[in-house]
Design a protein around this ligand. Structure first.
Ligand SMILES: [Mn+2]
Length: 318
């Protein structure tokens, strides 16, 4: 089914409005779950999700088939997506992915969409950023005027600025796209993450959207990606102590199995798409029947990690 430019516009505008209203009010509901909103940083009290399964899904990057499979497997759970919805897939896959997820969000599904580095703030665009061109190609494919791509991109760009970039499940997990800030400018967990403001400080936003874990240093090194940092285990412990989370869950990096674990079980990476141009043949995601199962003995519980070996194949617990 084609997504018309009018319908896509409607969903982009509606989703941005819902996010901005939530930031002004300080809370929103996804399904029946109350989410507290501190600028562009979210938090959930665990009592809100008692008895609700929780899933976390990594980068999709326009892989619509895998997205469909994962939406099936995670039905009925609180689904948390860590960003990178567009770029790198076929044009229709990119449009389908962003549209489908935003539509679930505005239709009050139990879904949270975080911001990735491919939903960039101005001046921090990834290279290549093929989404603008993908919009034009998609419009052409469905027989619409490709010149409308400019307007759709402007609306997308505005929406990206309203997406939250971090979620704390209090006492349990910190969920982001890439990583953590290199400096702790405040011991207040929301300020530390660039929260409490509608325009997050660019240095904090860059580190959260772009960084990757490393064992090469306890603290941090420059990131060869050209933005963000490579952060070490000491910074992980700092983030855990400030946010009172026990585990950091993030996407951003490919992994052959669709997931990987760093820093002695304190950092879980999920990459939830397969196929070119990335090398992994498996898509990983997290699905826990209960939020308390995410972590066991200060390590991520691998019993909650599911891997899709092939598109549309049965997911198996790792
Ligand atoms: Mn990324």
């Amino acid at each position: 089914m084609n997504i018309t430019p009018e319908e896509f516009k409607r969903v982009l505008i509606e989703a941005k409005r819902k996010l901005d209203d939530a930031a002004r009010k300080g809370y929103m509901h996804v399904g029946k779950i109350r989410v507290d909103v501190h600028g562009r940083v979210l938090s959930i009290h665990p009592s809100e999700i008692e008895g609700t399964p929780v899933s976390v899904i990594g980068d999709i990057h326009g892989d619509a088939n895998t997205l469909r499979s994962i939406l099936g497997y995670t039905m009925g759970s609180l689904r948390i997506f860590v960003g990178d919805y567009v770029d790198r897939g076929p044009p229709a896959g990119q449009v389908y992915t962003l549209y489908t997820l935003l539509k679930l969000f505005i239709d009050n599904d139990t879904i949270i969409l975080l911001r990735g580095n491919h939903e960039p703030p101005e001046g921090l665009e990834p290279v290549p950023h093929d989404y603008p061109q993908a919009l034009a190609s998609y419009l052409e494919q469905i027989g619409e005027n490709p010149q409308m791509a400019g307007e759709l991109y402007d609306l997308s760009f505005k929406l990206f600025n309203s997406l939250p970039h971090a979620l704390i499940i209090e006492g349990k997990a910190l969920i982001v796209h890439g990583g953590i800030p290199r400096r702790a400018k405040s011991n207040d967990k929301y300020e530390y993450l660039g929260g409490n403001t509608l325009k997050p400080p660019m240095d904090i936003l860059e580190d959260i959207l772009w960084s990757d874990p490393t064992d090469k240093t306890p603290d941090y090194l420059p990131n060869p990606r050209g933005a963000g940092i490579l952060w070490g285990p000491r910074l992980t412990l700092k983030a855990i102590s400030i946010t009172k989370a026990r585990i950091i869950i993030r996407g951003h990096e490919t992994a052959p199995l669709g997931f990987k674990v760093d820093h002695n079980g304190r950092v879980l990476t999920l990459f939830s798409r397969v196929g070119k141009p990335y090398g992994n043949t498996r898509a990983g995601f997290l699905y826990c029947r209960d939020v308390n199962m995410i972590e066991v003995d200060k390590k991520v519980n691998l019993g909650c990690v599911y891997v899709l070996k092939k598109v549309m194949e049965t997911a198996v617990a790792y």
